[in-house]
Write a protein that binds this ligand. Sequence first.
Ligand SMILES: Cc1cc2nc3c(=O)[nH]c(=O)nc-3n(C[C@H](O)[C@H](O)[C@H](O)COP(=O)(O)OP(=O)(O)OC[C@H]3O[C@@H](n4cnc5c(N)ncnc54)[C@H](O)[C@@H]3O)c2cc1C
Length: 548
Amino acid sequence: MAEIERESMEYDVVIVGAGPAGLSAAIRLKQLDADLSVVVLEKGSEVGAHILSGAVLDPCGLDALIPDWKEKGAPLNVPVTEDNFYMLGEAGKIRVPNFPMPPLMNNHGNYIVSMGNVCRWMAEQAEALGVEIFPGMACSELVYGDAGEVKGVVAGVFGLEADGTYGPNTEPGMELHGKYVFLGEGVRGSLSKEVIAKYDLARDAEPQKYGLGMKEIWEIDPAKHREGTVTHTMGWPLGKNAGGGSFIYHLENNQVYVGFVVHLGYANPYVFPYMEFQRFKHHPMVAELLEGGKRVAYGARAISEGGYQSMPKMTAPGVALLGCSVGMVNVPRIKGNHNAMLSGKAAAEAAHAAIAAGRASDELTEYEADVREGAIGKDLKKVRNVKPLWSRHGLLASLMVGGLDMWTNTFGFSVLGTLKHGKSDAEATEKADQHQPIDYPKPDGKLSFDRLTNVAFSFTNHEESQPAHLKLKDPTLPVAVNLPEYAGPSARYCPAGVYEFVGEGAETKFQINFQNCVHCKTCDIKDPLQNINWTVPQGGDGPNYPNM
Ligand SMILES: Cc1cc2nc3c(=O)[nH]c(=O)nc-3n(C[C@H](O)[C@H](O)[C@H](O)COP(=O)(O)OP(=O)(O)OC[C@H]3O[C@@H](n4cnc5c(N)ncnc54)[C@H](O)[C@@H]3O)c2cc1C
């Protein structure tokens, strides 16, 4: 193929991803020096379109970044007023009292927010400071300099032919070069994955672990709505099949976020995370809340769960990984937005100092030190053993031993040291002949819905003439190995019904309905053969979440 000619633009800092991490970095850079040139590139059709985390936000990140956020009209309108935690059985529930919980689990002072709206507001703040933000611009490639450093990204390639080649209608995109490139792509970022592999950044880290988070927004009967109430549950319906739990957050306007996280380290390939979520809504406690209401939006996204011991090295020449591109979620708190913001701020401060000192395209080691030794490291270190305990010994042990460990960590020590995760989520998947199929009840169309009906409520759209952005390294493996040995798990772990085995016997084909993809990245994580590579489709494609 002939060399592709592209225009290029030079910036001080190029930021990939308008999530809380990327936007915080952009804001902080311009706060420190209004003359720095900063660009943010976002694959969603608008800022917030791909942000799923309808969230309880710990405002400590925002406090550090924009201390007068209240006066500036940040959409943090619903303080948490009530915090409930339940262990569920099939028909009953046991309330876990708040007093034995370590202080870090307390949601007092936090807010129920739409993170999509928080990001939209942050983008306004950034633009007011002079940051250039380009939504609808997917960054599909990294650009390397002569010394092997990351020099920039390619963004804005549109109209590829169906076979992935350049045709007469292809727009080749632009190269955006920066003294530093920040990757704020969130969980399992595609460029971040390339950087981590190229520079072997994960060599001293435990494997990253993930959950699949699925969420619906419901408008419920006003008589049942209790603004500010936060409820978390564990237990039913997951049982021994997988770890995970639910969240129910009452926000404004009689709306409720109903979400469910399934840890992707499950062994049984018959587990169907989406159907676990749908089944959960039939628990009497949830059904009673939702009956008479309607689901107005649906989405899904992976969540990083490896925590402190899974964070890879965060810098390589010319590039820094931010937020959940590193994996900064505090798992027992199910919170990562505050750390994403703090990491963006820390990276910006390191880059600002480096540029002021005349440096460019080297490693921002000061950023990594700040993350590991500062507020983010402290937040994550305290809870580092909860996830490995849960994966190895189940829910009860993680609650009791993990709870005790969190308490002792509050006072600065742990009797357990740092536990390892061991296997990646892909490696944890066992062969189908070691497990029994699971019988999931059919959705009733009132409380529970089939996947394709729900995907319509993610408002996902992909230009059909482009090549599938879900690439198989070896196209023969799904039918030759995944199906006979693992019972075709992609047909179940994908929360958007992208993967299907169609036909029978020798006629069986593997079909990728990439148009449905909600960009959760679960396939890239959970495929036992690591044969699926999630790459970015053209900008503007994917979900269009409203106020998730
Ligand atoms: C179901 C669920 C519930 C959660 N609940 C909470 C909660 O209650 N509280 C909390 O604090 N945290 C919560 N989290 C965690 C939180 O969502 C993350 O920690 C946070 O989103 C990380 O921020 P980020 O900026 O690193 O990445 P993201 O928020 O994922 O943002 C990344 C952005 O980069 C864009 N992008 C990615 N790749 C490219 C590319 N190549 N080119 C251009 N753009 C790109 C994406 O479209 C996206 O807009 C939850 C997560 C999930 C999945």
